[in-house]
Design a protein around this ligand. Sequence first.
Ligand code: SIN
Length: 520
Amino acid sequence: MRKVEVDLLVIGSGVAGAFAALTATTRGARVLLVTKGALRGGSTCWAQGGIAAPVNGQDDAVHAADTVRAGRGLCDKTTVNVFVREARELVDGLRKAGVPFGQDLTLEGGHSVPRIRHVGDATGWAISSALSTQLVKARAAGLHLLESTFVRNLRVRNGRVVGADLLTPTEPVMVRAGGVLLASGGYGGLFPVTTAPPEGTGDGLALAFRAGAVLRDLEFVQFHPTAVVTGNRARLVTEAARGEGAFLVNAMGERFMSRYDALLELAPRDVVARAIAAERERTGNVFLDLRHLGESFLARRFPTVTASLAELGLHLGRDPIPVEPAVHYTIGGVQTDLHGRTSLPGLYAAGEVASSGLHGANRLASNSLSEGLVFGKRAANAALDDPHPAPDWGEATSVGVADRQVVKAVRQIMGQAAGLIRGEALLRSGLSALDALPPPEVTAEPSIPNLEAGNLRELAPLLLRSALARQESRGGHARVDFPDGTAPMHTIIHRSGQETVLNSVPHTNSTAPPLKRNLC
Ligand code: SIN
C-alpha cells in the first residue's frame, strides 16, 4: 500500500473544502484534497439562489439578528457574530477570484434586507468553477488533488485522528496527516426525494461517528419550500424567485401566507414549508406564481430554473408552478467549535458536514456557502496551528458496508418516518423497520457504493433516535405530538465502544425565549 504524509488532509471539494485547501496551501502547508467525485461536484455546484453576507458594516448586526431569528433559539451567538464579521470580506474575495456576481443584491426568506450576492440562478456553479480553477493552479504550489477517491476509514491513535485510508481509482493509499478536515457535505441522501445531490451520503458524519466524535442535532432537516417533484426527482425553484416577488397560491387560487406569517412568502423556510404542506393537505395543490414578473425578466434572472422546468413542459412566464417542500439541507452534523475543531483532536469539520452552531434549528437561506468560506478557512488555520504530537500511522477505525439494495429501503423508511411533520409512532416504526435491515458489515474489499450504503445505514437510526429525543417542535423538526417548544437544548450522539450514547444538553448561548406553538 502506498503511504503518503501531509500536514492537512481535506475531504471534499465543495466551497468549504476548496477554501480550506487553498488557505492551507497559501500558508505553505503540504495539503492533500480528496473528493469522491469530480473536483467540481457536490452540493456547492447545485446552489441556485446565492451567497449571503452583510451588505456593509452597519448590516452586520442585522444579518446576525436575521440568522438568530431564523435559527429558532438554537444558534450559537458567538458563532453567528464571527460569521457576519468575516463573511463579507471573503465573499468579496470571490469576486476578485473571478466569480461574476451581478451588481444587484437579492432577497430571500428571513432576510430583512437584500444582501444576497448571486450569479443569475447558478451561483454555486460559478463559485465552484472559480475555486476549482484556483485549486488546479495551486498544484504548482504543492497542493495534491485526488478525484474519484473515497475515504474508507480514519486512522486514530490514543483518541487522536492521525490520518485516513483512501480508495483511489488505482490503489489504496494510507495517509498520515497533522490534521484531517471533513468538508464532505450532508446526509440528504438518507431521503427518497431531495434537492441535494446524490453524493450526500453522510460519509463524513459516519467516518467521524465511527471514530468516536460527537454528532449534534441530526434531527434538524431543512425542507426547501418550493420544489417541483416528479417521481423521486425534486427540481429546485430558488427562494430568490420569492425574493423577486413570486407568490404562493393554493388550489383555490388564494394567496394564503398571511394566515401563517406576517413576512408572507419571505418568512423563514420552516414556516413557508409547513404552510405549503398544510395548504396542499387542505386544498390539494400549491402553486408558485411568477407570471407577473414577465417572460424576459424570468428567462434572464432564472435561466437554470427555466431550463429545468421546460423539461416538464412548464414555463415560468406562462404557468403557475406546482410546488411542494422537499428535503434540501441537513443542519445536524459533526459538532465543532469556532475553529472547526471536533470533539476528537486532529479532526476538523466545516460546511454542511459540521454543526457549527450557525444555523440553530433552521438555516437562514444562502448562509451555507458563506459558512463554508468562513469556517473552511478557520478550520484549516486551526489544523495548521494546533500542536501535533510526533507522527504516527495510528490504527484504522471500523468500516461499515451494506448492500446497495439497503439504500432504497433506508430512503423509503426515512421518507415515511422523518418527514416534514413527525410523530412518535412513525419514528418508532421507522426504527423497527431499520432494525429489520442487515446491519453494516465489515468486508475486505468493499466497493464505494457499498461503503456509501454502509454510511447511510449507520446514520439513519441515529437521526431517528435524535428525533425521538427532541420532544418539541422547532425549526427543521416538527412533531405533531409535541407542537410547542421547550427549553432550548441540543441532542448529541456518539459511539463509546460498541454502544451508541445519546444525550440532551441545554443550549446556553442564546437570548431567544422558548418557542410556543411552532407548528403551523
Ligand atoms: C435556493 O436557491 O433557494 C437555495 C438557497 C439555499 O439553500 O440557501
